[in-house]
Design a protein around this ligand. Structure first.
Ligand code: PMP
Length: 449
């Protein structure tokens, strides 16, 4: 392996070891992966050896400035020393007790201090399962069955909610009354029958829907900043309007902050945008790369779990390692200036990507916030929701760009989303912009037609 941290800009990297180890993985792991979202994760399926700070090293010795950051969780970068130390110390005292311990209380208290809607907390191990808990709480609280979910938003892979995440447009129905689309073979149609799909970022549609159906609607669930379709900040007044409608009709408003939580700010998207939901779900960045999930919210709703009427369980919930990781992560993120610096670097990266694309005569949409943004080859009206994104973005060009970036030592996620971490430096950003400039000129790849 190369003994330098410099990212190579040679355009003929070898992936021989990755290819061989991936082929071997396919003999024992279904598809060679442990999540379908890694199935086509890289143009060449990479096998990684280690990650340190902002860098990832593959088994061929190639180095990458990493912006996948574990799909978001590694908000402090790879192997952050304070978190690793806290986890190691906690594990010396045991792992799980099937009973209470002090660090889960400390972490819950800190979450309540930081998250506007959090009066009570329950921890789990992933976002998907905490979204389930939120839906169950909302249905129990209201005694209603229907849940409104928005096209292009993702709330985990379970049967009840895996609907219309990325529906093919020819199967998606009318824009204002989308047809529910179940993407996975084997999904229970019955489990998803109470999900209603609406387009996001359109207050009139929500108003009209609730006027007609509020009495059967338990909850509205959304990513308050949509990060699973480009990265789209809601229109001014949209979240406020939804909040008001939910109040008027007694519908539980759930913000899925699995990506935005502790990433777009210490108080989540709800703190940043000033709209407080009734329930909210957190995961990824909360424990700096260790498995965690949390459902948090208003006492009156969360108490349904306290009195046992709503069942939420899990052998690994409150695991000592994850609680220690969460406490250490929040401590680091609470330091003055951390978010400002991370966001400023991300803003500089976004500006640099726009600049090199413009210079190359390529229409590259760079959309989002400094701490999480998306790149797409787009030519069309502004991207405000799932359909406007699908209609304008060219996925073949994106693939070419990602491939070229990989060759130049830069790794965003496979759908063109970039996650910043506190480990990224100004030098990383400059190097990335240079790599992107080279990638946009890569013969036959990443160049606009
Ligand atoms: N909600 C959102 C908004 C997500 O982005 C994700 C995962 N990307 C989930 C829920 C599911 O979380 P997990 O993968 O931890 O189950």
């Amino acid at each position: 392996m190369r003994n330098t941290d410099e990212v190579t800009t040679s355009t003929r990297r070898s992936y021989a070891n990755s290819e061989q180890q991936y082929a071997e993985a396919c003999t024992v792991l279904a598809g060679g992966v442990n999540s379908n979202f890694r199935l086509h994760g890289q143009p060449v399926p990479l096998v990684f050896q280690r990650g340190i700070g902002a860098r990832l090293y593959d088994v061929d010795g190639n180095v990458y400035v990493d912006y996948a950051m574990g799909m978001g969780p590694n908000i402090l970068g790879h192997a952050p020393e304070p978190v690793i130390r806290a986890v190691a110390d906690s594990l010396a005292g045991g792992q799980i007790f099937a009973g209470q311990h002090s660090s889960e209380v400390q972490l819950a208290r800190r979450v309540c201090e930081l998250v506007p809607c959090a009066e009570l907390v329950r921890f789990g191990v992933a976002g998907s399962e905490m979204d389930q808990a939120a839906l169950r709480l909302a249905r129990a609280y209201t005694g209603r069955a229907k849940v409104v979910k928005f096209e292009g938003h993702y709330h985990g892979w379970f049967d009840t909610i895996l609907v219309s995440v990325a529906p093919p447009l020819d199967q998606a129905g009318p824009a204002e009354e989308p047809l529910p689309h179940l993407p996975s073979a084997g999904q229970s149609v019955a489990a998803a029958q109470d999900i209603v799909i609406l387009p996001w970022n359109n207050l009139d549609v929500v108003r009209a829907y609730l006027q007609a159906h509020a009495t059967e609607t338990a909850a509205l669930i959304m990513e308050p900043i949509l990060c699973n379709t480009s990265v789209i900040v809601p229109r001014p007044g949209y979240l406020e309007g939804v909040r008001e409608l939910c109040d008027r009709y007694g519908v539980v408003l759930i913000f899925d902050e699995v990506i935005t939580g502790f990433r777009v700010g210490l108080h989540g998207a709800q703190g940043r945008l000033g709209v407080t939901p009734d329930l909210s779900v957190f995961a990824k960045s909360l424990a700096g790369g260790f498995p965690i999930g949390a459902v948090v919210g208003r006492r009156s709703i969360m108490e349904l779990a306290a009195d046992g009427s709503v069942l939420h369980g899990g052998s690994f919930n409150g695991h000592t390692a994850s609680m220690a990781a969460g406490l250490a992560t929040l401590q680091e993120l609470s330091r003055a200036g951390v978010y400002e610096q991370m966001e400023a670097r991300g803003d500089a990266l976004m500006a640099g990507l726009r600049r090199v694309a413009e210079r190359a005569g390529i229409r590259l949409l760079v959309q989002g916030l400094g701490t999480v943004f998306n790149t797409a080859f787009c030519d069309g009206p502004p991207v405000t929701d799932y359909r406007s994104y699908q209609q304008c973005s060219d996925s073949a060009q994106l693939r070419g760009f990602l491939h070229a970036l990989q060759e130049h030592g830069v790794r965003p996620t496979s759908r063109g989303t970039w996650f910043l971490s506190t480990a990224h430096t100004d030098a990383d950003v400059e190097e990335t912009i240079r790599a992107a400039e080279a990638a946009l000129g890569f013969p036959g790849r990443g160049r606009a037609a």
